[in-house]
Design a protein around this ligand. Structure first.
Ligand code: ADP
Length: 496
């Protein structure tokens, strides 16, 4: 269990897990915007507040500037006067502004002399400042120094009574930005708290989503595991996503293929057992009947023993055929391809089978249309031809005829075996290649058939990438035609 959890964790951390990827995507998609929005809001707030503060101060200073002019603060008008009372009022106004904004206001006249300093340190001194000089030239400025925590600005004092408005003085003001920073800090603290809360919520959501989204895939794995463990062999269904439907469909097809294979294997084992038991039962009956007759004559013994030997031969034949079939079934079994003279091969097979034909008084004819040389597996090709010719003899009538025709074009050679025998009923034609299928069981047994010959033949033909067809008329005869490529692709490829 611990090992399993560790394995899951390792897979999760190695990012090979889809769940880990979903988790990270949701996490990033949730967190990145919230971080960006937070820093944007804070930056925006600072910029906006500084601009607001500058504009507020400028407005108030402009009002003070007007008062300065109307009270002839700079003594610019010969008829004007500047009483100490009005001067006090203006000074109080300036003090108020500097207190309100925690700053310092200096009034500088056109000879760059400080006429008023709310700090009271620079009065009477001359100020050589680029900003002030520029302001006299008409370019007022404001400058935010975040590092030192103040905002500096110049405000022109314009005498509107003179034509085209003459700048008679400049106010150089610096105010603190502390209140802005304090608000910013509070805002930042709150947004960090909010963001932490968001992290927790998004983490939870990411976790939850990754689990929920992966659930159908887990269900697929679970269903497949149940089939694998053998608890169920039912088709599975997980219709949640198109992807799970595809996986499940593919799995169900595999399952049904396995079921078919399993059924055919079961059927084959049943057939094999049955076929193998039949000669055994015969032997048992023969032996038992001898045993129950203690003084049976020697001739009876000999007769029964001959029958027993025949049954043993049959059993042997079935086993030999079965082994041939199993060998054929092995996909890995490579064909042993050689270039062969097929005419010679057919001659040899017919020569071997001639004694059986003679026994049944069946005439055999070989018609070779042209010499054929082909790339085939000699053993398997011999098996194909022997089985077909042997069947044509076995299922023939007395004094019947078997004709073998060998022909070829530039791609294939055809091997045709026709007989004048019993023929195969139409409804049996589809079954003759099945293992253990026999049209007439007792007749086939009588003549030593196992029902495996044509199954072996078809497998061998398919291994050569060839085709086998059959025409038959009951009571008239049968014709099997085998068509095999002259050149074996794999062999030719190897040979160049
Ligand atoms: P078996 O060992 O019984 O001959 P096969 O697989 O070779 O098995 O053939 C299957 C069945 O097809 C046979 O039992 C027989 O009934 C039928 N059959 C095969 N070849 C012929 C033929 N040339 N003429 C008539 N029936 C045939």
């Amino acid at each position: 269990m611990v090992k399993k959890i560790l394995g899951e964790l390792k897979r999760f951390l190695s990012l090979r897990s889809l769940q880990a990827r979903i988790f990270i995507i949701v996490l990033v998609a949730g967190l990145v915007p919230s971080i960006i929005v937070r820093s944007m809001i804070l930056d925006n707030y600072e910029e906006h507040s500084v601009a607001q503060r500058i504009s507020n101060v400028q407005n108030q200073l402009l009002i003070v500037g007007n008062h300065l002019i109307s009270n002839n603060y700079f003594n610019t008008k010969p008829e004007g006067y500047s009483s100490s009372v009005s001067r006090d009022v203006i000074d109080a106004e300036l003090e108020m502004i500097s207190n309100l904004y925690e700053g310092r206001v200096m009034i500088i006249d056109s000879s760059l002399r400080v006429m008023k300093d709310t700090y009271g340190i620079s009065e009477g001194k001359t100020i050589i400042s680029e900003e002030v000089i520029r302001c006299f030239q008409g370019a007022n400025m404001s400058n935010y120094d975040r590092e030192h925590g103040y905002i500096e600005m110049t405000t022109p004092i314009v005498d509107a009574t003179v034509d085209s408005g003459q700048i008679v003085g400049v106010m150089l003001t610096s105010i603190s930005n502390e209140t802005i920073l304090a608000t910013l800090e509070t805002l930042d603290r709150r947004s960090v708290t909010f963001q932490n809360l968001m992290v927790v919520i998004i983490l939870g959501m990411a976790m939850l989503l990754s689990i929920i989204l992966m659930r159908p895939f887990n269900r697929v794995t679970q269903a497949i595991n149940e089939v694998k463990a053998g608890y169920s062999d039912e088709s599975i269904s997980v219709p949640d996503y198109a992807e799970t439907v595809h996986i499940v469909d593919a799995f169900n097809q595999l399952l049904s293929r396995m079921r078919t294979l399993d059924n055919s294997r079961q059927e084959f084992v049943e057939n094999v057992s049955h076929e193998l038991k039949t000669p055994m039962a015969g032997i048992k009956v023969l032996a038992d009947s001898l045993l129950t007759q203690p003084d049976a004559p020697a001739e009876l013994y000999r007769e029964f023993m001959t029958d027993i030997a025949t049954e043993i031969d049959r059993e042997n034949q079935i086993i030999t055929d079965l082994l041939a079939l199993v060998k054929m079934d092995k996909k890995a079994q490579e064909l042993n391809i050689v270039s062969l003279n097929v005419n010679d091969m057919v001659e040899l097979i017919l020569k071997r089978l001639r004694p059986i034909a003679r026994k049944r008084d069946v005439e055999m004819v070989f018609e070779s249309v042209r010499p054929v040389v082909a790339e085939v597996d000699e053993v398997k090709m011999t098996l194909i031809m022997t089985n077909l010719v042997e069947n044509a003899i076995k299922y023939n009538k007395e004094h019947g005829r078997v004709k073998v025709v060998l022909d070829a074009d530039h791609q294939f050679f055809t091997f045709e075996v026709s007989d004048t025998g019993l023929g195969i009923p139409a409804d049996s034609l589809a079954h003759i290649y099945e293992r253990f299928y026999r049209v007439d069981k007792s007749h086939s047994r009588e003549i030593g058939g196992t029902g495996l010959g044509l199954a072996i033949t078809k497998s061998a033909v398919l291994m050569h990438r060839g085709a086998i067809t059959v025409d038959s008329a009951e009571g008239e005869g049968t014709r099997f035609t085998v068509k095999i490529p002259l050149y074996n692709a794999a062999h030719s490829g190897q040979g160049g």
